[in-house]
Design a protein around this ligand. Sequence first.
Ligand code: CAA
Ligand code: NAP
Length: 240
Amino acid sequence: MARTALVTGGSRGIGEAISKALKVEGYNVAATYAGNDEKAAAFTEATGIKTYKWNVADYEASKAGIAKVEEELGPIDIVVANAGITRDAPFHKMSPEQWQEVIDTNLTGVFNTVHPVWPGMRERKFGRVIVISSINGQKGQFAQVNYAATKAGDIGIVRSLAQEGARAGITANAVCPGYIATEMVMAVPEKVRESIVAQIPAGRLGEPEEIARCVTFLASDDAQFINGSTISANGAQFFG
Ligand code: CAA
Ligand code: NAP
């Protein structure tokens, strides 16, 4: 029977490419999103992948949403914690709200997404936890104290989960994308973006599909012994 995969923030950007790639690999896929109903409806229309709406920062909403997915598609074997946001500002200008919103979504959101599926994975003796971290969690980034803290936190999460899950057949790994051509990067002022691209030895932004291929590999049976690792895909911008 086909395994079921949950992709948070799976309706657009990197998550959209991950959802589609997992579907091509034969998984039953559920994609979540936060509020962009129009994009989610267009995504379902184009791909046939079901979408579910909840805020990953809300534990009870995540638990209820995951229960609904499992009722409709079956037990979740693969969870891709991808949903994330930026609220960039130099530290001296960063507000407590900007700090908290990013922590709640990007870091607590990973706990809220993985915690409800973890007991089932332990019972069934199989699971794949894949967290989308970032190059900026590895190297830090001007104006991203909040974001870099969460993305570095992702690496601590998977290294710990890897040790807890290994004997139950569960792997937990992080993917650290460099700068990828999605709305998140397009929101960076053009001049700043140009200077970022100039620092990428590959001379271009990455494509969402290049990250999706890392995820499908980590989800596969072939990746069973890869546990607690980080795959960097950044066009040689940083060696973490
Ligand atoms: N390194 C060093 N100095 C920098 C800098 C950098 N990377 N970026 C800006 N500065 C400097 C500016 O030149 C400016 O200097 P002066 O005061 O001497 O002129 C100073 O810092 C402050 O700049 P601003 O007053 O323009 O700051 P601002 O409050 O308007 O904030 C910003 C602007 C939010 C920092 C904007 O420049 C920005 O968005 N930068 C991009 C940050 C970034 O890379 N975010 C990544 C988003 S994509 C993502 O997160 C995905 C992923 O995982 C890779
Ligand atoms: P994006 O294009 O902005 O898409 C973000 C997705 O996450 C959307 O589906 C969005 O839903 C969802 N989302 C945001 N907040 C949410 C919340 N609170 N609850 C549920 N879903 C939420 O972002 P992206 O560029 O694809 O980034 C995806 C992930 O990769 C993020 O974790 C990001 O930090 C990471 N990353 C990105 C890059 C890059 O260069 N793009 C690089 C490294 C790492 P709506 O559509 O409803 O808004």
